[in-house]
Write a protein that binds this ligand. Structure first.
Ligand code: PHE
Ligand code: CO
Length: 308
């Protein structure tokens, strides 16, 4: 799931989802819960839907050898998603639940941010139930089932990453009390770690961000292109850095381990939010003197003013 800040806070989701009724959506008739979660309408997937999954799965799996981090590949192996048809969430939930207690919940699309945080805080990961159309194979603006499931769910099998995401959700619920600036800073942290994070392994840089592992173009670009900056992870720096949502990232932040990420984000953010309040944001492509630069990007092909 990509997380997009929304203007109006919503009440936290109920612990017991209440089913309302079947609702006709553009993509079919599905049972809708009051909380915004739905039941995965597995029987309704078409042969084309399964073929899209199969094609994307095969293509990414090939690319990820030597590019995705060891933790991602190991988690994938334990989870054993089928390559030739869309997985049933209930099957994956048994394996996930036993490993780390995480569960997937099906949703129609992006959730209001407090609902999203509340799911994560309770070890539930929202996954879009629908998959992109064949003509959207290479690019889709919204997070669909392939991005959410293939990209995000494997690392929920990893105990450290599982803890990080739960802590992030709790931090998000808390940040709601601090206002929109704090939420934006937290969104930047999610963007540059959960979606577009790189990690340094003894054998080289690798991908762990879901936005990258689910994208053919970006899984090559982020490691092999001379255009982007690759900069050592620094919490405050990341939380000040704007980002572009509809093109390759200008800057990737590199962690050394999930342990480093957890250690950096574990402390109470309240003093951090207070400190950041007086500081300017940093444009997506800017390199600072204080940065631990691994590669300074050439900036080739960058759109101007593309970051938010
Ligand atoms: N420690 C953060 C806080 O107190 C919560 C958090 C943890 C946020 C992990 C992001 C990631 O708000
Ligand atoms: Co996502």
């Amino acid at each position: 799931m990509l997380k997009v800040p929304s203007a109006t806070p919503e009440p936290p989701m109920l612990e017991q989802p209440r089913r309302l009724e079947s609702v006709q959506t553009e993509r079919g008739s599905i049972p809708v819960y009051a909380t915004g979660t739905v039941e995965q309408p597995w029987a309704q997937y078409t042969a084309t839907d399964h073929a899209v999954w199969q094609q994307l799965y095969a293509r990414q799996q090939d690319l990820l050898v030597g590019r995705a981090c060891d933790a991602f590949l190991a988690a994938q192996e334990k989870l054993r998603m089928p390559a030739d048809h869309i997985p049933k969430f209930s099957d994956l939930n048994q394996i996930l639940g036993a490993a780390t207690g995480w569960q997937i919940v099906a949703v129609e699309g992006l959730l209001p941010e407090l609902d999203f945080f509340t799911h994560l805080a309770n070890r539930r990961f929202p996954v879009s139930w629908w998959i992109r159309k064949p003509e959207q194979i290479d690019y889709i603006e919204e997070p669909d089932l392939f991005h959410d499931l293939f990209g995000h769910v494997p690392l929920l099998m990893d105990p450290m990453f599982a803890d990080y995401l739960e802590a992030y959700g709790k931090g998000g619920v808390k940040a709601h009390g601090f206002g929109p600036e704090a939420l934006m800073q937290l969104a930047r942290l999610y963007w540059y770690t959960v979606e577009f994070g790189l990690i340094r392994q003894p054998d080289g840089l690798r991908i762990y961000g879901a936005g990258i592992v689910s994208s053919k173009g970006e899984s090559i670009h982020c490691l092999e292109s001379p255009a982007p900056n690759r900069i050592g992870f620094d919490l405050e720096r990341v939380m000040r850095t704007r980002y572009c949502i509809d093109r390759y990232q200008k800057t990737y932040f590199v962690i050394d381990s999930f342990e480093q990420l957890i250690d950096a984000t574990l402390p109470d953010f309240a003093p951090l939010y207070a400190r950041l309040a007086g500081q300017d944001t940093i444009p997506a492509g800017t390199v600072l003197d204080t940065d631990g630069v691994l590669n300074r990007g050439t900036g080739e092909g960058w759109a101007q003013n593309a970051d938010v």
